[in-house]
Design a protein around this ligand. Structure first.
Ligand code: SAM
Ligand code: DTB
Ligand code: SF4
Length: 339
């Protein structure tokens, strides 16, 4: 099919059109998964999965109104707003993550943006986690250029900032910020030299057209994000979306459509790490296996994401054993073809 460009010798395309992405979504499922796996093997070591661990360093009470999020002050989830964690407690959690074999430690805060008064502590956390030999990642909301530069200087390797859905659907999910503000922070992160982790959520009641628009937004950024987390909505009681979708056929995205989304992400962004993120706890082993076949090569490990449950180390070890998968030594995608 001519829409597919997966040559390892070329820079990945950033000029995808919505029409060509729609064509990928429309492919027969088996052809699509085969193509995604073929692209995957040109750029990444097969059977290797990168492991990241999350820690919520500042939980709840967020002023933003993201309809999916348990931590929004607008949601009625009963989650208690907490203060920023102490540096020592964060480093202790990072040491545990390292001991459990994780390669990247991702610290998340329920903020619209970090305050200047928190920057010193954040930089100390970054430096401490990095000194343990872990890759560092943070997700703190919007950043100014100066804040991005400071975090980069402290040793922050990745910044997570999701576009979450299509530009058209954004206003139906979040009203307290704009898509453009997300893009502005992403450009500050890029300019600071940090790697970009940017993805989104499916299963929010969006249309296929929105999933196309979402992947189009990611794949036409000036450079593809190095990490692309694909979350399946975890419907939390008391959140706008959790309550709206409860008991409806939209409450969980169709497994096959989810795998299609992963496969299309892999084809569009051949060198990125595609992370199977939230929602894995309620996903069957067979669906997860299909996602790996479709090009997912990263997961969050541990029993907890930020506030909700995760598959857990035992379940993941069993799944890796069954599938013959192993943890990636380095997050740098192994290039199997000569470049
Ligand atoms: N406050 C920061 C922000 O919004 O960028 C960082 C933390 S926020 C929790 C990070 C991401 O988690 C969101 O962009 C969204 O993609 C994902 N997320 C949050 N709640 C979720 C849920 N219930 N189900 C699936 N993904 C969720
Ligand atoms: C991302 O895309 N998924 C992670 C991470 N980036 C920060 C967060 C998932 C959160 C799931 C809901 C929760 O645990 O609160
Ligand atoms: Fe706040 Fe982030 Fe949750 Fe939105 S997703 S409410 S910005 S913590």
């Amino acid at each position: 099919m001519t829409v597919i460009d997966s040559s390892p010798r070329q820079q990945p395309r950033t000029d995808w059109t919505r029409g060509s992405i729609a064509q990928l979504f429309d492919m027969p499922f088996l052809d699509l998964v085969l193509e995604a796996q073929t692209v995957h093997r040109r750029h990444h070591a097969p059977n290797e999965v990168q492991l990241s661990t999350l820690l919520s360093i500042k939980t709840g009470g967020c002023p933003e109104d993201c309809g999916y999020c348990s931590q929004s002050a607008h949601a009625k989830t009963g989650l208690k707003a907490e203060k920023l964690m102490e540096v020592a407690a964060v480093l202790a959690a990072a040491a545990e993550a390292k001991a459990s074999g994780s390669g990247r430690f991702c610290m998340g805060a329920a903020w619209r943006e970090p305050k200047e008064r928190d920057m010193d502590a954040l930089c100390t956390m970054v430096a401490g986690v990095k000194a343990m030999g872990l890759e560092t990642c943070m997700t703190l909301g919007m950043l100014t250029q100066e804040q991005a530069d400071r975090l980069a200087e402290a040793g922050l390797d990745y910044y997570n900032h999701n576009l979450d859905t299509s530009p058209e659907h954004y206003g139906a999910v979040i009203t307290t910020r704009t898509y453009q503000e997300r893009l502005d922070t992403l450009s500050h992160v890029r300019a600071s030299g940090m790697a970009v982790c940017c993805g989104g959520i499916v299963g929010m009641g969006e249309s296929r057209e929105d999933r196309i628009g979402f992947l189009h937004a990611l794949a036409t950024l000036p450079a593809h994000p190095e990490s692309v987390p694909i979350n399946a909505l975890v419907p939390v009681k008391g959140t706008v979306l959790g309550d709206m979708l409860a008991g409806t056929p939209l409450a969980q995205i169709d497994d096959i459509e989810f795998v299609r989304t992963v496969a299309v992400a892999r084809i569009l962004m051949p060198r990125s790490m595609v992370r199977l993120s939230a929602g894995r706890e309620s996903m069957s082993e067979a669906t997860q296996a299909l996602c790996f076949l479709a090009g997912a090569n990263s997961i969050f490990t541990g029993d907890k994401l930020l506030t909700t449950g995760n598959a857990g180390a035992g379940a993941d070890a069993a799944l890796f054993e069954k599938l013959g998968l192993r943890a990636m030594e380095s997050a740098e995608p192994a290039r199997v073809a000569a470049e």
